[in-house]
Design a protein around this ligand. Structure first.
Ligand code: MN
Length: 443
């Protein structure tokens, strides 16, 4: 189906969701007659007139991918959606012309040159909730303080965002396709022995984006830097020749993010590491295949630890059975992060740690503190599956100095440590028929 058609359907679904939410809130004693959503105000670096790269408020992007500060959307049940598009008369900057006609025709469009003009078109705001980053501005217009991001409203809107409409899934597919061009180029660059910096720039070129347009800062790690989970530097030509590349990089399309990681090993670098990489590839695919409506995502995370335990045992890195390695949590230093997270307008999308639309907390189990998503798997969710296996000296150190030290093959571990680690990450859409892998469809 065409994106424009899917978008129209998305708007209908979103309107129904907002209306239902207002009805429920009314029953619960919070009567609202409108919601004012702000794309956001710009913010500045401390003591500086340079502004911080702008990102729209995600609740605004949920309605439409119009970029830039100080646009407003007014939702009133049963009425047309009103979009206040901020088009300042400003000779310092160019006002970008968006090619968004098929989006904009869903709205009653009002263009303003000054933010303060929006107020002239607004109804009485005493029962209007505000979503945005500049409450002071709208309180001057009459929004009451307790209706700024009311918790009851936000919990319901955020909880629902885990489940994507067909339009959102289509955008996430496009974001995966866009990133796939960068990943292919990165692999070529690695094969040609390029530096982290060079691979990073080639990636941006291949997806045709600037730094500001990517969903998060690319992780481009050669060799031992692959074991730094959020490695942000990019080494230039002084970097040693790469025997391994870990690249964690995505792309954005119409405000929706992809988040993809691939690990490549130079042929002949180390036969045991090659075996490890193959086993992780098999494990990652097996974990994706487990995705099923009704299963708890925590179970996928637990299965990952069982899989990593098997690998540690098979390769003889720990001289115990897989069951014992799992039981004694010896997998934890090798796989210290969560198996994944919700994905959407935000790369770590909201509401991974809540049990219901009321916002009841659902924190991760004590043994898995970094797991970002604890809910049951439901149709329409999109999340990542990203198992990892790393040699992180800081995390291994306590075991090296413990009474269990003789269980580990330190000689081999030390040999593999300069290759850093492995992460393989795909974006998964849950359907009634099982997992739809949005990443492997294009990469
Ligand atoms: Mn991720």
């Amino acid at each position: 189906m065409q994106l424009a058609t899917l978008y129209k359907e998305h708007i209908i679904l979103l309107k129904i969701h907002y209306e239902n939410t207002l009805n429920i809130l009314k029953e619960k004693g919070l009567a609202l007659d409108a919601i004012l959503i702000h794309s956001g105000s710009e913010s500045y670096y401390f003591a500086d007139d340079n502004h911080i790269a702008f990102r729209s408020v995600p609740h605004f992007t949920h309605w439409l991918p119009l970029e830039g500060p100080d646009h407003f959307l007014l939702f009133q049940p049963g009425k047309n959606l009103r979009l206040f598009r901020y088009v300042p008369k400003d000779f310092w900057y160019e006002i970008p012309k968006d090619n968004l006609n098929h989006y904009l025709d869903q709205f009653e469009l009002i263009e303003v040159n000054k933010v303060s003009q929006v107020q002239n078109y607004l109804p009485n705001l005493s029962k209007t909730a505000y979503i945005g980053n500049n409450p002071k501005l709208v309180q001057e217009w009459g929004v009451s303080e307790d209706l700024v991001q009311p918790k009851m409203l936000m919990a319901r809107l955020d909880f629902a965002r885990a489940k994507k409409t067909p339009y959102e899934v289509a955008c996430l597919k496009l974001a995966n396709e866009r990133a796939s061009h960068g990943h292919r180029r990165a692999m070529e660059g690695f094969n040609n022995g390029l530096s982290e910096r060079h691979i990073h720039r080639d990636y941006l070129n291949a997806i045709d984006a600037t730094e500001y347009e990517t969903p998060y800062t690319n992780i481009v790690a050669l060799n031992e830097k692959a074991s730094v989970l959020h490695y942000q530097q990019k080494r230039g030509n002084e970097a040693t020749f790469g025997n391994l590349l870990l690249i964690d990089a995505g792309a954005k399309t119409f405000g929706y993010c992809s988040d993809i990681t691939r690990t490549y090993l130079r042929q002949g670098a180390d036969p045991l590491f090659e075996e490890l990489l193959n086993k992780m590839e098999i494990l990652q695919k097996a974990l994706v295949a487990k995705v099923k409506v009704g299963l708890s995502y925590i179970e996928i995370h637990r299965s990952t630890h069982q899989g990593v335990a098997e690998i540690l045992s098979d390769l003889g890195l720990i001289k115990l059975s897989a069951a014992e390695i799992f039981e004694r949590q010896f997998t934890h230093p090798f796989f210290p992060h969560g198996i994944g997270h919700l994905l959407g307008i935000q790369v770590h999308d909201v509401s991974g740690h809540v049990a219901d639309e009321e916002g009841t907390p659902a924190p991760p189990p004590a043994e898995y503190p970094f797991l970002r998503f604890t809910r049951n798997i439901e149709k329409g969710q999109v999340f990542t599956i990203e198992p990892g296996f790393y040699f992180i000296p800081m995390l291994l150190e306590p075991y090296r100095n413990s009474s269990d030290q003789a269980l580990f093959d330190w000689k081999t571990i030390d040999r593999l440590t300069p290759l850093g680690g492995i992460r393989i990450e795909d974006n998964i859409h849950v359907t009634d028929e099982g997992p739809e892998n949005l990443t492997r469809a294009v990469l």
